[in-house]
Design a protein around this ligand. Structure first.
Ligand SMILES: *Cc1c(COP(=O)(O)O)cnc(C)c1O
Length: 357
């Protein structure tokens, strides 16, 4: 195959790769540490449910049953939900549906890379409004760049990955008002926020140009099942549906996500524990002289230190893999640490205190 046959925009791209993982404690991808199998009731419910699906039949294209349960969970109509293979597929569908060559998008940075990658792959340009040195969002500049560049899509990740920082609700409303075309609020971590008023889902009726992205990968612990969804007005959902592969979400993932919703009280109970551990972790680390942590409304914490190489090395020696950012990255000097269990927190803090005190 010849590289020159590729779309020009992606000729310089590299396939996404994950290095083989050789340590026991993996806290670099914001995954939920607990598997569904650890809940006896949920496990038997999943097993029972799986035997009711027909692997020889195509799945329902809109995952009707899961769609209805997701709508009930979110508090909207089934027609206002579009399910797919994780938030990643939803971003890819948005990109395909809305971006023409020569369009532009506005993002803040650092944020989730998929927005910019999707735009670039489709020949759209990316205008990034850089957060302050302590990762606070500059709303005035963000609004100004929107006004100046007339973007096809504005993306806001709230709370933000990889910083953990939350946007103010009032700022989100100002962004929704200012966006001239499509506005996307990525709420992949919204279940980890204490305040249920922070989601933009309550504003659905006000903004026909708004789509909200959610996932089962984080709070519900289904990263391996690949289930995510968009929430928007019916009309907006129908537009993105035009580019959806007919049978995108497989029968097994649909079934497992349904069971997860049936047991949402149990599963989301774990989220409260993770949030408490996160707050403890932040409090302890913020007392160290060579480490700085940023407020987080997610299941991870961004830690900055002038001893980042030593810290990453010591963590690896202790069998812990955190997310490391190479020199040259906007986040160089930081590690992104997923919060999982009290036991892992204890091991983490032992190492961090040793290196960063
Ligand atoms: C994890 C994540 C997603 C979605 O991930 P999927 O596993 O593809 O559902 C989307 N946005 C952000 C910011 C994330 O961190």
């Amino acid at each position: 195959m010849r590289n020159e046959w590729l779309k020009k925009e992606i000729q310089g791209f590299k396939p996404y790769q994950v290095a083989p993982i050789t340590v026991p404690t993996v806290i670099n991808a914001n995954e939920n540490a607990k598997s569904l199998w650890e809940y006896t009731d949920v496990k038997s419910a999943v097993m029972e449910k799986l035997l009711t699906v027909a692997p020889n039949r195509y799945p329902l294209p809109y995952a009707d049953s899961l769609r209805a349960k997701t709508a009930a969970y979110i508090g909207c109509k089934p027609e206002e939900i579009l399910l797919g293979n994780g938030g990643d597929e939803m971003i890819s569908l948005i990109t395909q549906a809305f971006l023409d060559k020569g369009d532009s998008i506005v993002v803040h940075g650092p944020t989730f890379d998929m927005y910019a990658l999707g735009a670039e792959a489709n020949g759209a340009s990316v205008n990034t409004v850089v957060d302050s040195s302590d990762f606070a969002h500059d709303i005035e500049e963000f609004l100004q760049v929107i006004a100046e560049t007339n973007p096809k899509i504005v993306y806001v990740c709230n709370p933000n990955n990889p910083t953990g920082v939350l946007w103010k609700k009032n700022d989100l409303v100002r962004i929704a008002e200012a966006a001239p075309k499509v506005v996307i609020f990525d709420e992949a971590y919204m279940e980890f926020c204490d305040d249920s008023e922070l989601t933009m889902i309550h504003e659905l009726v006000e903004y026909p140009n708004m789509l909200i992205l959610r996932t089962f990968s984080k709070a519900f612990g289904l990263a391996g099942c690949r289930v995510g969804y968009l929430v928007g007005q019916e009309d907006a959902i129908n537009m993105v549906s035009k580019v959806k592969p007919p049978y995108n979400l497989n029968v097994f993932s649909q079934a497992i996500a349904e069971v997860a919703l049936d047991y949402k009280e149990v599963l989301l109970g774990e989220v409260q524990k993770v949030c408490a551990l996160r707050d403890e972790f932040i409090e302890t680390v913020s007392e160290l002289s060579h480490a700085e942590v940023f407020p987080s409304a997610t299941n991870f914490v961004l830690l900055r230190t002038d001893r980042v190489e030593a810290l990453q090395k010591a963590l690896l020696e202790a069998g812990i893999l955190a997310k490391y950012y190479s020199p040259g990255s906007a986040l160089y000097g930081c590690l992104r640490i997923t919060i999982t269990t009290a036991e892992v927190n204890e091991r983490l803090l032992t190492v961090i205190k040793e290196v960063c005190n």
